[in-house]
Write a protein that binds this ligand. Structure first.
Ligand SMILES: Nc1ncnc2c1ncn2[C@@H]1O[C@H](COP(=O)(O)OP(=O)(O)OP(=O)(O)O)[C@@H](O)[C@H]1O
Ligand SMILES: [Mg+2]
Length: 246
């Protein structure tokens, strides 16, 4: 029997007004893989991830996670959203943020068992000391770690991260990728990570998707990151604004 894909996208098309921001995206990712999604700004990466999570309904096509409709298996998924727009003034502590990953809502009161699990998840990402700190007093990198702990606290089968290391003072993206690899070794989980870091994709991903409204490349890093795929997605490469091939 064929394995049920961890992530299945079939002819996914999303329109915003007159513009198609994703066109006919097909993808099958077997469980246990580490997928890096690359593409220029505005190329539809976050939208694609949101379709996979069931947060955006496609205008056409279909998305499934482990064989069930996107959105119907939230307990199997840990999500680190792109943090550009997160409201830091939200009155909560790092611990409460992590506990919200156990409950899918903000906790009014945190029972000891949940507190223990949340503190352990923070410790796993090197952020135990931040537990009582309010979100408004976290640096960008600290907030990113708290979100990572929130995503992993339920030990999900699929971890989806949208630019988890971009523009923040996190451990280098390399360290983040290693942490995810360790989690994957322990649990057999599938990882999907949006990134602008070609080196991280090359070194850590088992599969790479190069996206710019349509799929320009999908396969092992050496195939999907070939110059012709990148040139189709980015216009051209190796100049100040495109990715540096190295
Ligand atoms: N809710 C929305 N309404 C209108 N346009 C949208 C909406 N969401 C996204 N878009 C547009 O769709 C395109 C793709 O956006 P998306 O956020 O998916 O890109 P991205 O690849 O994640 O970019 P970045 O690298 O900057 O994070 C952009 O042109 C964006 O302006
Ligand atoms: Mg994005």
């Amino acid at each position: 029997m064929a394995t049920v894909p961890a992530l299945h996208l079939h002819h996914v098309t999303v329109r915003r007004g007159e513009v198609e921001i994703l066109t006919d995206v097909d993808l099958d990712l077997p469980p246990g893989r580490f997928l890096a999604i690359l593409g220029p700004n505005g190329s539809g990466k976050s939208t694609l991830v949101k379709v996979a999570l069931g947060l955006v309904a496609p205008d056409r096509g279909h998305a499934a996670i482990f064989g069930v409709d996107a959105g119907d298996a939230p307990e199997r998924i840990g999500y680190v959203p792109q943090l550009k727009t997160f409201d830091r003034t939200f009155p909560a502590t790092a611990l409460e943020l992590v506990v919200s990953g156990l409950r899918r809502r903000w906790p009014a009161r945190v029972p000891p068992r949940e507190r223990e699990r949340a503190v352990a998840a923070l410790a796993d990402v090197g952020a135990e000391h931040l537990a009582r700190r309010s979100l408004s007093r976290l640096s960008g990198g600290e907030l990113q770690r708290a979100f990572l702990a929130r995503a992993l606290v339920r030990r999900p089968d699929l971890v989806v991260l949208d630019e988890p290391a971009t523009g923040v003072d996190f451990l280098a993206e390399h360290d983040l990728s290693r942490l995810l690899e360790r989690y994957q070794e322990e649990t057999g989980a599938t990882i999907v990570m949006v990134t602008h870091d070609l080196a991280a994709a090359r070194h850590h991903a088992s599969d790479v998707l190069v996206l710019n409204r349509v799929v320009h490349g999908f396969g092992p890093p050496e195939e999907a990151l070939a110059r012709d795929c990148l040139e189709r997605a980015y216009g051209h490469v190796g100049h100040d604004h495109g990715p540096v091939i190295g």
